[in-house]
Ligand binder design. Structure first.
Ligand code: NAD
Ligand code: HJL
Length: 259
């Protein structure tokens, strides 16, 4: 299942402090035991250009990470129970959403979670690439309560559809806390949030408190004005516990958001 390079021991030491706690018994949230532990540990991670863009145009898959930072993504996938993306990314990128780090077995695969309040996934024949090949887990697709999933079946082939209530005031939006509580109830201890733009920007602008680690790859290229930006609607204070390291041609910055 391996398609990526192994990282060096220095790379692993750099990433270690930003990974979810590994012990089953340890509190997942750095705020310590108690109510906060109801939420899984979350890592927000994506790749952007020097002008803060994550893809060339809406709905376009754009490779920014070089081979070394791609390995980093797969190493992160190895350390998380679930990978969460918005339906925009699921449709644009048709991602595999499995872990292809050297040594990753089927048992080590993360659960793909697609946030899809209006049940758009599958309407145009999207399929789950790697499930059928036995290389990844069946995705969970989170749809709005009462929203008819494709063909009204409530179940797409190779996909588990989960319903969650949407908030009235903001249209077809979920409250992020409820998304993560739902995942925690299903045994997910930590989640890697991979994008896309509206997921990243919404969380940074409105739900910083539920992000535990941030790991961003900066690729040495500019995508230009028409490109999709990782840029929240509000300014966000500088990260704390910040470390940078070069992975191939890319720079990787890790940190935490001030609470
Ligand atoms: N460079 C990277 O690291 C990276 C990572 C992921 C995606 N991308 C790119 O980003 C682009 C997709 O971004 P996007 O913004 O169009 O799509 P997205 O993946 O952010 O999905 C957007 C959809 O997610 C759902 N959503 C978001 N917030 C929600 C909430 N609070 N409640 C309920 N539903 C919510 C909505 O249905 C929304 O339409 C693609 O071009 C993709 O290639 C790049
Ligand atoms: N780290 C990172 N670097 C990139 O250059 C890029 N385009 C993405 N994009 C994230 C998004 O979630 C993608 O869809 C998956 O990274 C693709 O996942 P697969 O390899 O198909 O499993 N992420």
């Amino acid at each position: 299942m391996s398609e990526t390079l192994a990282l060096s021991s220095e790379d692993l030491a750099f990433l270690g402090p930003y990974l979810p706690p590994s012990s089953l018994d340890s509190p997942q949230h750095p705020d310590g035991p108690g109510a906060a532990c109801k939420l899984p540990f979350t890592t927000l991670t994506y790749a952007c250009s020097l002008d803060g863009r994550i893809s060339l145009a809406p709905g376009t898959r754009t490779a920014l990470s070089g081979p070394e930072s791609k390995s980093l993504t797969h190493y992160l996938r190895l350390h998380h129970d679930a990978i969460l993306i918005g339906v925009g990314t699921a449709i644009a990128d048709n991602p595999g959403l499995n872990c292809r780090y050297p040594g990753a077995t089927l048992e080590a695969q993360p659960r793909p979670v697609i946030v899809d309040p209006k049940a758009r996934w599958g309407r145009h024949g999207e399929v789950v690439r790697l499930v059928g090949e036995g290389k990844g887990l069946e995705p969970w697709v989170l749809v709005g309560e009462g929203v008819e999933a494709v063909a009204g079946s409530g179940k797409l082939e190779g996909v588990e559809v989960l319903e969650l209530k949407t908030t009235e005031s903001q249209g077809a939006r979920f409250a992020w806390r409820e998304v993560f509580e739902m995942l925690a109830k299903r045994g997910v201890r930590n989640v890697m949030i991979e994008g896309g733009a509206s997921v990243i920007n919404d969380l940074l602008a409105n739900e910083r408190d539920i992000i535990d680690s941030v790991i961003v790859t900066v690729a040495p290229a500019w995508l230009g004005e028409g490109a999709v930006a990782a840029s929240p609607a509000k300014s966000v204070a500088a990260m704390t516990d910040v470390k940078w390291r070069q992975f191939g041609a890319d720079a990787v910055v890790c940190g935490r958001l001030p609470r």
